[in-house]
Design a protein around this ligand. Structure first.
Ligand code: ADP
Ligand code: MG
Length: 438
């Protein structure tokens, strides 16, 4: 048994270094060996009452192969969790120095979980516990209900859950299905998962061409989730660090640490499915590395490029629980709603004439059309947006969209679709079963 060898080794070290003191052997927290904790919890740090941490020394332990994991922090690559042996030095309340002999390693070859033991003077357990707690807090982001939204990768400006549910213009049926799914999961699903001894982690994917309102929908869902007591963890790959698995990992730690139900939003999931990260994301989706938050975690992932999410994910049961296709505008009634919404008080009845040209376009297109027309009016010092201006705006934006999709993205089959393209292909260009159509 490896732990017997480990304890024996630690006892021998103890007997040479602290021959006059008694110790107890305890299972310890693996976070004390974490490189982030070791660099951020500095010597001199106060612990409990007057006790303090004084630094550490790396020990050579014949039964541990020192090995570290690594990940990104800011722009740098840094070492993270480590297997290794250390002597941690402390000063107790009365000014007496003492040491803790600590060893942390992988048991078995599957290299999943680090396990650690420590030899601690019996009357110093309080100080040691305070140190363990501090290391753990440094490694794992702590979630207290000080905030409703935690953003990983980016600033608060990346995500603002203030969108009203009613402002998202999509079929009522689709919206209701999505909302019902969230409600059912948090009210009944979580208990069901627990009865089946599964971590309550449900995974939904919103897929659609760019600009159909997926991000907007996430923000509106987040607003409702917060209202029903959830914490929102939002992961963005849009900052300088890009889409790295380390972000997903940090998000999952936050999800696990939260003492509240969590809505986890992962934008552009396809971007994380590249290189070595792919296998790790699959592990998360498969449940091997799923977060275990007893209150439940619902993941809402989005993708503009579902062709990058291969069949191993979409067709294998359990990896994604449901896929919702978020379609472009599907009929004239919806186009009118959208145009009226974005024209607001500038709306005139004759604007209806452009509506047919908006069908099959994503919502973002209509918003741009309205904005552009209103700019034209302002430029020409007109109080109202004439039909002519609106038509010009549609024409010029359609032209732009076509030239962009030919010019910038020749390989991407999915881009904003023109109103002349076939309806079926634009509604569900991915060939998946569309949850909104059953
Ligand atoms: N279904 C929609 N209803 C209302 N506005 C929309 C819709 N789709 C897009 N928009 C407008 O376009 C903008 C961009 O959409 P976004 O949610 O970022 O699209 P996606 O994430 O699908 O690429 C939104 O902020 C909103 O102003
Ligand atoms: Mg988006």
């Amino acid at each position: 048994m490896l732990y017997q060898q480990l304890v024996q080794w630690a006892q021998e070290v103890w007997n040479t270094r602290c021959p006059d003191q008694n110790s107890v052997t305890i299972w310890a927290s693996a976070e004390c060996a974490n490189r982030l904790a070791q660099t951020q919890v500095r010597p001199g740090r106060k612990l409990r009452r007057k006790s303090r941490y004084d630094g550490f020394e790396t020990l050579d332990c014949p039964v541990i192969v020192p090995i570290s994991d690594y990940g990104t922090r800011g722009k740098k690559m840094v070492l993270t969790s480590s297997a290794g042996a250390f002597a941690f030095r402390f000063t107790d309340d009365s000014g007496e120095p003492f040491e803790v002999i600590y060893a942390c390693t992988y048991f078995g070859d599957d290299a999943q979980d680090l396990t650690a033991i420590a030899l601690v003077p019996e009357d110093k357990l309080d100080t040691w516990a305070a140190f363990e707690f501090m290391c753990a807090r440094t490694v794992r982001p702590r979630i207290r209900r000080r905030r409703d939204v935690y953003i990983i990768g980016g600033t608060d400006a990346f995500f603002d859950p203030t969108v009203e549910w009613d402002d998202v213009i999509l079929s009522e049926e689709l919206k209701t299905k999505l909302l019902d799914d969230m409600e059912a999961f948090f009210t009944k699903g979580v208990d069901l998962y627990r009865q089946l001894k599964l971590p309550p982690f449900r995974k939904l994917l919103l897929a659609g061409v760019p600009g159909t309102g997926k991000t907007m929908l996430c923000a509106a869902m987040a607003k409702l989730a917060i209202k029903r007591g959830c914490v929102v963890v939002y992961v963005s790959g849009a900052d300088r660090d890009g889409a790295s698995f380390e972000k997903i990992q940090r998000a999952l730690q936050a999800v696990t640490a939260a003492r509240y139900p969590v809505l986890l939003i992962v934008e552009e999931l396809d971007a994380y499915l590249q290189g070595d990260d792919k296998a790790r994301v699959l592990n998360v989706l498969d449940g091997i590395e799923s977060p275990n938050n007893p209150k439940g975690a619902l993941m809402l992932a989005t993708t503009n490029y579902p062709e990058a999410i291969d069949e191993r994910i979409t067709k294998r049961p359990g990896r994604l629980d449901r896929i919702f296709i978020i379609p472009p505008i599907h009929d004239e009634a919806q186009a009118e709603l959208m145009l009226r919404h974005y024209m607001a008080d500038q709306w005139q009845d004759d604007h209806q004439k452009v509506i047919a040209r908006l069908v099959d376009q994503p919502g973002a297109f209509v918003r741009e059309v309205a904005l552009h027309a209103r700019m034209l009016a302002a430029h020409e010092h007109c109080a109202d947006v004439s039909l002519d201006m609106l038509e010009k705006s549609v024409t010029s934006l359609l032209k732009q969209v076509h030239s962009e999709s030919d010019f910038l993205n020749p390989r991407r089959p999915i881009s904003m679709v023109s109103s002349s393209s076939k309806k079926s292909s634009s509604r569900n260009p991915f060939g998946w079963k569309d949850e909104s159509e059953d």
